[in-house]
Every structure is written in structure tokens, then in C-alpha cells.
Design a protein around this ligand. Sequence first.
Ligand code: NAG
Ligand code: NAG
Ligand code: NAG
Ligand code: NAG
Ligand code: NAG
Ligand code: NAG
Length: 375
Amino acid sequence: MSSLIKMTLVLNLLHLLFSTASVRSNQSVLPIRSFKIGENATYDCIDINKQPGLGHHLLQNHTIQMKPSVSRHELKNHIENNKSYSKKIGCSDGTVPILRISNEYNTKAQFFAEKYLHPLTGDTPGVHIVGVRSRAGPYRGVEAWYNGYKLSIERNQASYSEMYIGSRLNNQVNFIQAGYIINPSFFGTDQLWTYGYFKGKDGKGCYNTACDGFIQVSRKIPIVQPININPGDPDWSRWSIHEDKVTGNWWLTQLIKNAPSVDIGYWPKELFNILNKSANIVGVGGIVRASQNSSPPMGNGNFPVGTRKNSAMFTNIEVLDSNYSSHKMDHFPTEIIVDSPQCYNIRIGKVQPFHRTRLGFFFNYGGPGGHSCGV
Ligand SMILES: *[C@@H]1O[C@H](CO)[C@@H](O)[C@H](O)[C@H]1NC(C)=O
Ligand SMILES: *[C@@H]1O[C@H](CO)[C@@H](O)[C@H](O)[C@H]1NC(C)=O
Ligand SMILES: *[C@@H]1O[C@H](CO)[C@@H](O)[C@H](O)[C@H]1NC(C)=O
Ligand SMILES: *[C@@H]1O[C@H](CO)[C@@H](O)[C@H](O)[C@H]1NC(C)=O
Ligand SMILES: *[C@@H]1O[C@H](CO)[C@@H](O)[C@H](O)[C@H]1NC(C)=O
Ligand SMILES: *[C@@H]1O[C@H](CO)[C@@H](O)[C@H](O)[C@H]1NC(C)=O
């Protein structure tokens, strides 16, 4: 660890100790109810106006938006889905579930936010990316069905299935990302979680609600939650990140089959300097980080060969244009990214002649990783 990173870590730790202490000392911020849904997953119902996200210095004057001005409710027909989402959390009116975190986790949240592997630069050693990207914005949103799997991941490795939207201008990058994450050095084990991440104005970013920025609005579905599935079984969701027409905030919506869509919350437009109007890049796919010379599995660990069900998948991938109209992603110019084909690959779905595909623009992807994936 470089001394610069260590220094950052120490400063962040101090900052967090102080901010945690001040929050805890305020009686009115004590949780009204708590829900424990797993060994390391306890949620406190916090007053929505006192949630950690609002602590961001750019949000001093922010007024919470309780729901998006246009809800992305339409449910695309879809493959089988036996969703195991907990209906165990239900905070009362005016409160939202916030994952309870230890100071250790806090520090890690900051640390990983600093050295975050992100798809807009990509050339970080040990990071491998597979996916589809489009760099011909302006875009207002991106949506897709995709799945997460339980995988065996070593400490210091990480494997994500994610969707992102962002802007790049000169040396600056702003982006938002959401999906499934396995990251033992962050969560302690190789449990699969849902997550969201942003990188904003000052180059700073954050995961979930571990530090400030994201505004949780749903009383039932937190942005970060553990997914309990058996190895080999996919967990499907349709995720949407979209810019609000009226406020310019970036909403995260999750759709689960046979259930109403959930507007989980949003990243306020104040957090961004080059993502405060529209985005110029969208992408979907898998991203992994190697430990030493060993790369973890991506997707479900299988290469995209055989039937569609053999490997991880993104389907019905859609992008919102500058008028907020939704199009199949390949309506726009797209690039396919594969940086280590001996370890991870992609297979773009073909529309069967004479059959209308119900999968829209889709692909299979992933691979086993290993010791010879290159840098
Ligand atoms: C505690 O919360 C109340 C109500 O929002 C606020 O007026 C007060 O300044 C807070 N106190 C501290 C120490 O943050
Ligand atoms: C909040 O409003 C005050 C008063 O108008 C202003 O001085 C301050 O700069 C604003 N803060 C932000 C982050 O916009
Ligand atoms: C989904 O759940 C139903 C009812 O529990 C069960 O009959 C069905 O086999 C399950 N489907 C899959 C793909 O697991
Ligand atoms: C909870 O966290 C501890 C410490 O990181 C870890 O040892 C334990 O296995 C975790 N439990 C689960 C279910 O992830
Ligand atoms: C967006 O950010 C740029 C650069 O910081 C700023 O000049 C502009 O005023 C912002 N626009 C809005 C609508 O906030
Ligand atoms: C958006 O709508 C305007 C007015 O209807 C039209 O001129 C423009 O071409 C549309 N843009 C796109 C990207 O469809």
C-alpha cells in the first residue's frame, strides 16, 4: 500500500469516526426499528431526512425527491425467475433502511471507493472487462435484465455484473454503476450482494449508503442487500438507471417479475459536474479484479458456449436517448469489449429468423478466470 493511500485511509477513518460519533450522539437519528436479514445484514430504519447520503457537502441545500417524475414501470416479458427477494424489510413512513456498518467496513468503503475498478478507464492492471458499450451520447438512461450467481472468489479478488452510465471529458470522469457484486475484501465473505456506486464531481465516489451521496427512498428495498441463492442458480432483476426529466437526479429502479417496480433511490445531480445534463457513455457487462496472478470467475464461471442458460446473461438491454425514448442498445453504435479472451468472452445474441425474439438485444458472457489472463 502506498503511503499516499495509507494517508488517505487514515484521514478518511478520522473523518468517519467523527461523523459517526456526531450522528450517534443525536437522539433523533437513532433507528426507530431494525431488521436483521442475515449474519452481516442488519438494517436500521433511519429518518429519511437524516440518512447518511445527505451528509455530502454538495447536498447542503438538497430537497429529497420522494419519487421519480416518470416511473419506469413497464415490465418486459421475461425468462423464468424465482426471486428470493426478502420481503423482510419494511420501514415505516418517513424512514428508510440503511445497512448497519462497522467502522472497519466504513474504512473499507472509503478505501475501495478510492481504488475503485471502473470501466471507463479499464486499463488498470489485474482488471478485466467483458461487455458492450456505447459512446455516442447524449443518453438519459440504461436498463437491462441480468443475473448474478454465487461464485467462489478468493480474498482480494472481486467479480461484478454491472451496468453503468457516465461521462468522460478530458481527464474527468463521472459515472454511476449498479448490479451484483462479490467482493470479499469489502464484505468479509464471497456472499453475492446488490450494489450501487458513483464517482462524482471531485473525483470522489462511494458504494451504496456506506458513505454520503446516494439518497435511499424505498422503505422496503435497500440499494445493498445480500442475495441468497444456490450455486448455479441465477438471480434475475431488471435494473434501470435513468435521469429524472424534471429534477435531473439519477434514479435507480429495480424490477422484479410479478412485482411492482421499486424506485430504490437516486444520486442527486449536485454530485456531478459532467453528468448533470446527460451522459455520453453507457455500458453493460462483467468486470473482475485479480489477486496477484490469479483472476476470479466472471458471470457464472462458464464461457458463453452452449445454450443461453449455460452462462451469465444480459437481456432486453435498452438505452434512453436524449428525448428519454427507449431503444434497443444496438440502435446506437456499440463496441464489444473483450480484453482477455483466453479467460473471459462474450457471445452476442442472434435474433432467430422468422421468430421474434423476446430477449431484445442480449448477450451471454463470462469465463473461469485463472492464472494466465494477462494484466
Ligand atoms: C440533531 O437533530 C436535530 C433535528 O434535525 C437538529 O436540529 C440538531 O442540530 C441535531 N444535533 C446534532 C448534534 O447534530
Ligand atoms: C446552499 O445555500 C447557501 C445559501 O444560499 C449557499 O451559500 C451555499 O453555497 C449553498 N450550498 C451548496 C452546496 O450549494
Ligand atoms: C420456481 O418456483 C416454483 C414454485 O416454488 C417451482 O415449481 C419451479 O420449479 C421453480 N422454477 C425454477 C426455475 O426454479
Ligand atoms: C460476516 O462477517 C464476518 C467477518 O467479516 C465473516 O467472518 C462471516 O463469515 C460473515 N458472515 C456471512 C454470512 O457472510
Ligand atoms: C453542470 O456542471 C458544470 C460544470 O461544473 C456547470 O458549469 C454547470 O452549471 C452545471 N449545470 C447544471 C445544470 O447544474
Ligand atoms: C428529439 O425530439 C426532437 C423534437 O421532436 C427531434 O427533433 C429530435 O430529432 C429527437 N432526437 C432524437 C435523438 O430522437
